[in-house]
Design a protein around this ligand. Structure first.
Ligand code: F6P
Length: 319
């Protein structure tokens, strides 16, 4: 193998730049030409591809977002789009790809590999932490720290005004961010897609806590479970004290990556290039029991990542 490409696709996540840096530098050190593909699969189709070197990834480790930019590329869902992408790769002599992204991006990598035989190694980069077989995806730790910081600030004002706050966080299918941030902030409850919520019981508990003298109340809601507005309306009618909502939105995807995310991204970037050099065809890097390994991407995608619901129990016991 003489040349590889790297792209970031789907929702960005902090640490993607550290992964790009590792792919480029480890690739170059191993005698490969490394091409950066802009705007995910869209750049592959449009030919927005440029050669990178040691210097082009200098100083990017600490930056949020992705210097290659990202997209959710509709055209790559079509055969014609993927054909254009394959032609562009062949024209530049690119023989292998590293795809950094979430579930949709990894699914695209499998389809592309099957159709055109191009070896593709995925790196799980998504704040949702919804990729099976990997303990963590790139960006999750930074996102959680952002959410925890925001909730701590909301707690200050919630206490001053003796209010309840309903905080909506990302996670369409997964309650990971909501549950983990609720535990890490000692919030009263996490409302997540995985567990049905009984608002009557929750309201009764909140009233009990208020009687005991608790001045604030924080409920974290995953966007896929309910709308903060609806929860606030229903809960405030039951508990009878002032309730406000806060939607954290896309700030959860930004910011300088934590040390954990930089290290995870670096280790996964190196492992991804090594996998291509080793002749792997369609695998994804995973963090498993502290080690970075590769696993068949289709196997990963065919398994739904389960949230550890014992942590849900713990959140209920401790709040
Ligand atoms: O997939 C990551 C994610 O951040 C989800 O948690 C969220 O629902 C979605 O992306 C938001 O996507 P967009 O940036 O397209 O609004």
């Amino acid at each position: 193998m003489k040349a590889i490409g790297v792209l970031t696709s789907g929702g960005d996540s902090p640490g993607m730049n550290a992964a790009i840096r590792a792919v480029v530098r480890y690739g170059v050190k191993n005698g490969l030409r490394v091409f950066g593909i802009e705007r995910g699969y869209c750049g592959l189709i449009d030919g927005a591809i440029k050669e990178m070197n040691f210097a082009s990834v200098a100083g990017i480790m600490e930056k949020g977002g992705t210097i290659l930019r990202s997209s959710r590329c509709g055209e790559f869902l079509t055969k014609e789009g993927r054909e254009k992408a394959a032609k562009n790769l062949a024209m530049l002599g690119i023989e292998g790809l590293v795809v950094i992204g979430g579930e949709g991006s990894l699914t695209g990598s499998v389809v592309f590999h099957k159709e055109f035989g191009v070896p593709v190694v995925g790196i799980p980069g998504t704040i949702d932490n919804d990729i099976a077989y990997t303990d963590m995806c790139i960006g999750v730790d930074t996102c959680l720290n952002t959410v925890v910081d925001a909730i701590q600030k909301l707690k200050d004002t919630a206490t001053s005004h003796e209010r309840a706050f309903i905080v909506e966080v990302m996670g369409r299918e997964s309650g990971y961010i909501a549950l983990m941030s609720a535990i890490a902030t000692g919030s009263e409850a996490a409302i997540i897609p995985e567990v049905p919520v009984n608002l009557d019981q929750l309201a009764a508990r909140l009233l009990e806590e208020r009687k005991r003298g608790k001045l604030n109340c924080i409920i974290v809601v995953a966007e896929g479970a309910a709308k903060a507005e609806d929860v606030a309306r229903k809960i405030s009618a039951k508990i009878g004290y002032e309730t406000r909502i806060s939607l954290l939105g896309h700030i959860q995807r930004g910011g300088s990556p934590t040390a954990f995310d930089r290290l995870l991204a670096t280790r996964m970037g190196v492992r991804a290039v090594q996998a291509l050099l080793d002749g792997e065809k369609c695998v994804t890097t995973v963090l498993s029991a502290g080690k970075i390994e590769v696993m068949d991407t289709e196997k990963i995608l065919s398994t739904k990542k389960q949230l550890d619901l014992s942590l849900y129990e713990i959140s209920m016991i401790l709040s």
